[in-house]
Structure formats: C-alpha cells, structure tokens
Design a protein around this ligand. Structure first.
Ligand code: 5GP
Length: 188
C-alpha cells in the first residue's frame, strides 16, 4: 500500500456492538490500526487502558488547547477524542466514534469511509446497553438519543451495515474496504 492511510470510521447507536465489530475487523483485515480514544468518562468495571485512555477533564482540555486531537466531542456529558493518528507504515486507520466526531472527520478527510452500524432490533440495543452496568438514567438517555444519532449517521455515512452477526458484518466492511484500496491503486 502507498500514500496516505485510508481512514475508516465506525458509527452507530450505543449497544449496536461497534467495539466487537472493530476488533473483528482488525483481526480479519490485517492492515487496520485501531485508534485508542481519550475520554473523561470513568472506566466501566471490565474496562482497561486498552479500551480508552482515561483522563481527567483538565487533562483533556489541555490536550484540546494543544491541538492534539483529530476530532473530539462531548457525548452525554463526557468528552471523547481521537488523538492525531500515528499508524505503522502501510496500515489504514480505524476509528470507533460518535456521529459528531464522524461529521468532523468527514470535513477534514473527505475520502474517509464512514460506516453506520445498525442493530437488527431495538431490544438487542437495549439489552446490550443494560448489560454494561451503566445506571438506568444513562441507559434511558442513550436509548432516547439513538434515533437522532441514526438520522445524522445516515446523512454522513457512505455505507450502512447491519450487525446481525459480527463476523458477517466485518466481512461486508472488509469487502468495501478492499474495493476502495483497489480503486486507489488504479490510476484514474
Ligand atoms: P461509551 O461511553 O459507550 O464507551 O462511548 C460513548 C460514545 O462515544 C460511543 O458512541 C463511542 O463510539 C463514542 N466515542 C468513543 N471514542 C470517541 C472519540 O474518540 N471521539 C468521539 N467523537 N466519540 C467517541
């Protein structure tokens, strides 16, 4: 591969399984580097430093002032941001972020591939959100914001992929990605 890395952005409502799908994509594709975001949200019980760089709000705000983020956004009262990516040579970049972040990436990198991940039904979203141990008010707030996130997501996305099964969905995204890589290698 040559030239600038491709940037692939996964978006979708909470509970849709973006995290699992992102890991599956990295395993299957072999040329994707998953960015680790910063957040001011406290870690959930099962989370480690591999999931996020967990920081205090002051540290996050200093990093904003120092222009260290490709994009950042406030989501349900917490800050989340993508540090400027540093993939190894030859690898493309995978981001798993919210729709506000995807809108910023689209403005900065017009040829980024934005994929909206959708759930087969609402009950699976709700069950996944509840299974994370977040409090009820937070679960309800996230469910309530899902329709707006989906509507904005459809406007910014290049592709909509149903996460009925993470392996199948990852395969679909890898096919799209391979098509894009081929198109970039082919002189116009
Ligand atoms: P959670 O708190 O459930 O881990 O994440 C909340 C939302 O923030 C999810 O939609 C997740 O994709 C998004 N998110 C995670 N990292 C980033 C980031 O670096 N930037 C933005 N804009 N959103 C992020």
């Amino acid at each position: 591969m040559s030239g600038e890395p491709l940037v692939v952005v996964l978006i979708g409502p909470g509970g849709v399984g973006k995290g699992t799908l992102a890991r599956r994509l990295v395993e299957r594709d072999g040329h994707l580097w998953l960015s680790r975001s910063w957040t001011t949200r406290p870690p959930r019980s099962h989370e480690t430093d591999a999931d996020y760089h967990f920081v205090a709000r002051e540290e996050f705000e200093s990093a904003i002032d120092e222009d260290r983020f490709l994009e950042w956004a406030e989501f349900h009262g917490q800050l989340y941001g993508t540090p400027r990516p540093t993939p190894p040579a030859g690898e493309d970049v995978l981001l798993e972020i919210d729709v506000q972040g995807a809108e910023q990436v689209r403005r900065l990198i017009p040829d980024a591939l934005v994929v909206l991940v959708t759930a087969p039904d609402e009950t699976s979203l709700e069950a996944r959100l509840r299974g994370r141990g977040d409090d009820e008010a937070h679960v309800r707030a996230r469910l309530a914001s899902a329709p707006e996130e989906m509507a904005r997501g459809r406007r910014v996305a290049d592709a909509v992929v149903l996460n009925d099964d993470p392996d199948r969905a990852a395969g679909e995204i890898v096919s799209i990605l391979e098509g894009l890589r081929r198109a970039r290698r082919t002189p116009a």
